[in-house]
Design a protein around this ligand. Structure first.
Ligand SMILES: Nc1ncnc2c1ncn2[C@@H]1O[C@H](COP(=O)(O)OP(=O)(O)OP(=O)(O)O)[C@@H](O)[C@H]1O
Ligand SMILES: [Mg+2]
Length: 272
């Protein structure tokens, strides 16, 4: 079932283009591409990363989020941000494989960037997304290596690549990692083992586990806006006594920087 697509008609590229963000980027992602966040494993960060990706890509042009998950987490989050910011954020809900196959190419034409949040189950929906997207990104949870569900996701991607002559381009990143742990190194090694002999790459950026990432949906905002607010507050009220040496950056700024680096890597893949 597709919902909300009618409301998308009002989101012409001119009305949605280039929202402001503090993340300067030297890379401009090629337009009219679909980036999908896919994993058969639940709770790995598809919704969180897809919603932030839409925000990041909106710096470069019109960017629409497609919520393909029956839980509707990303569409609800976007609706709450739209209401809080009093702006229309392009978003649609498409929960079935047939409609995704039909509508994704149209959205690719209509928007500069289409970001898809896939469900944690429903194989046919994920297959439909893999049949239509240009880049697929799989979040892997650090330390929670569920080999079977990861393997199934990778197999689905490889089958799609076989059928589509190498497309979609595919990448994995490690999400919710604890800094400097043995677990993180083990995760990297396990991912690299899974990816050997595949056309799927591991992104260098690691997104660390941070409470502020968990908090932003409930606050009807996102890490980019939160980090920007903190930075502007700091500029207005510089701390009177600066300690010598490095000042520790707030978690929101660190998280923003990691997302910025991650999406730049994805943009490089889009442009390759
Ligand atoms: N880097 C992170 N640090 C801390 N928490 C995170 C991070 N990324 C995601 N989370 C949290 O992990 C939980 C699962 O994330 P999310 O809902 O994005 O996963 P999902 O893959 O979309 O799940 P599902 O398969 O159920 O749709 C959420 O509570 C989210 O806030
Ligand atoms: Mg989700």
């Amino acid at each position: 079932m597709q919902e909300n697509l009618s409301s998308i008609a009002e989101f012409t590229p001119s009305s949605t283009s280039c929202q402001e963000h503090p993340s300067p980027s030297e890379i401009r992602p090629n337009r009219h591409q679909i980036v999908a966040f896919v994993s058969q494993k639940g709770g790995v960060g598809k919704t969180t990363t897809a919603t932030h990706a839409r925000e990041w890509f909106s710096t470069f042009g019109s960017a629409c989020l497609v919520d393909a998950d029956a839980q509707r987490s990303s569409s609800r989050w976007i609706a709450s941000m739209s209401a809080a910011k009093k702006i229309s954020i392009p978003m649609t809900v498409i929960g079935d494989a047939h409609t995704l196959l039909k509508e994704l190419p149209k959205l690719r034409e209509q928007f500069d960037y289409t970001i898809v949040d896939a469900p944690g189950s429903l194989e046919d929906v994920s297959r439909a997304i893999l049949s239509r997207c240009d880049v697929v990104v799989v979040p892997y949870l650090s330390g929670h290596l569920d080999i079977d569900s990861n393997k199934k996701t990778l197999e689905m991607i490889e089958i799609a690549q076989d059928i589509r002559g190498g497309m979609p381009k595919a990448a994995i990143f490690i999400n919710r990692a604890e800094e400097g742990t043995i677990l993180l190194n083990e995760t990297k090694q396990a991912v690299d083992r899974d990816l050997s002999n595949t056309r799927i790459v591991r992104l260098k950026t690691i997104v660390h586990k941070r409470q502020c990432i968990i908090d932003v949906p409930g606050q009807r905002t996102n890490i980019f806006d939160t980090a920007a607010e903190i930075e502007s507050r700091r500029r207005l009220q510089p701390s009177p006594k600066k300690k010598q040496g490095k000042t520790k950056l707030p978690a929101e700024v660190l998280a923003r920087n990691e997302y910025d680096a991650l999406f730049k890597e994805i943009a490089r893949i889009m442009n390759a």
